[in-house]
Design a protein around this ligand. Structure first.
Ligand code: HSE
Length: 306
């Protein structure tokens, strides 16, 4: 095989209470990444999108992740990368993870699968570090595994795949910029024990709710008393979107990853559409451009398309 094309999904991380430890793969949107072996050494990158991402492999998330894998293999030849990003960078729905995870899965397939999923995440993590300056796997792990995952321990990549009942995810991406590095810097370094108790009770409740298909428990547990109060101040319309979407029947939701996208989970598609209308109404009123998506949970992570 000389070339391969993969589809790399957007992901929802944190899921309110599960900061840095819960993530879910989405069917919409996704990036398309093509990887072609070449005789000469080095990585050459072409972007088919209009996001002006760096083409220097050392500054490009996919380039850095691929280089990490090539170094581990002592791979001497080179690659051409053709990337079409449909997940807007900086959206909060795992755009950097889709680049990093997509490229390492593609290269692994092309080279006869020398690495397992955990190893692929550790290479892709180099891309995530370039993007945000921190090592978190809550977008990378669902992007590679698919479905809903718990990262029980990030340094050892102890990843647990969880089941979900049918869910519809509505996302609004207000077109404002929030850098993940900044959204992490502003978080408290220490928290009160009483906040921690509420948070870990909700994480346990949320996981139990997913496993038992208990929508009411999912709804009660989609709460974040630690990160959301700080980050929501960066997102105009946050409180109104949340309030109106809950009134429209959403189970709950909040900030997607580090924002600015907001997400809401719904039990059925008709509610997800009502929720989308509420999101649109808020940003139309505020005069802020936005993009919305309605997705289901992607059961597969990065997939080969050719
Ligand atoms: N868990 C991360 C955060 C996701 O919230 O900062 C951002 O990529």
């Amino acid at each position: 095989m000389q070339s391969i094309k993969v589809k790399s999904p957007a992901t929802l991380s944190n899921l309110c209470c599960g900061f840095d430890i819960l993530g879910m793969a989405l069917n919409e949107p996704y990036d398309i990444i093509e990887l072609i072996k070449k005789e000469e050494t080095g990585i050459r990158i072409q972007h088919l999108d209009a996001y002006n991402l760096p083409l220097d492999p050392q500054q490009n998330i996919a380039g850095v992740a691929l280089q990490a894998m090539m170094t581990a293999l002592d791979y001497k030849q080179g690659f051409d990368l053709i990337i079409e990003k449909k997940i807007k960078p900086g959206s909060g729905i795992g755009s950097s993870a889709a680049s990093a995870a997509g490229i390492v899965v593609a290269a692994n397939e092309l080279l006869g699968k020398p690495f397992n999923k955990q190893q692929l995440i550790s290479f892709a993590m180099e891309g995530e570090v370039l993007a945000s300056g921190s090592r978190h796997a809550d977008n990378l792990a669902p992007c590679i595994y698919g479905g809903l995952v718990l990262i029980r321990d990030t340094p050892t990549l102890d990843i647990i795949e969880l089941k979900t009942p049918p869910l519809f995810i509505t996302i609004v991406h207000p077109q404002i910029e929030i850098k993940t590095s900044y959204a992490r810097e502003i978080l408290p370094k220490e928290i009160l024990l009483k906040s921690a108790v509420i948070q870990w009770a909700n994480v346990a409740g949320l996981v139990a709710g997913f496993l038992h298909a208990d929508y009411k428990l999912i709804s009660r547990s989609l709460q974040d008393v630690i990160v959301e109060p700080v980050r929501s101040k960066l997102i105009p319309g946050f409180n109104e979107v949340k309030h109106n979407c809950m009134n429209a029947g959403a189970l709950g939701g909040g900030i997607s990853g580090s924002g600015p996208s907001l997400f809401m989970l719904s039990e059925n598609e008709s509610t997800a559409i009502l929720v989308e209308n509420e999101m649109k109404a808020v940003y139309d009123k505020l005069g802020i451009d936005y993009k919305t998506y309605i997705s289901t949970v992607a059961q597969h992570g990065v997939e080969v398309v050719i």
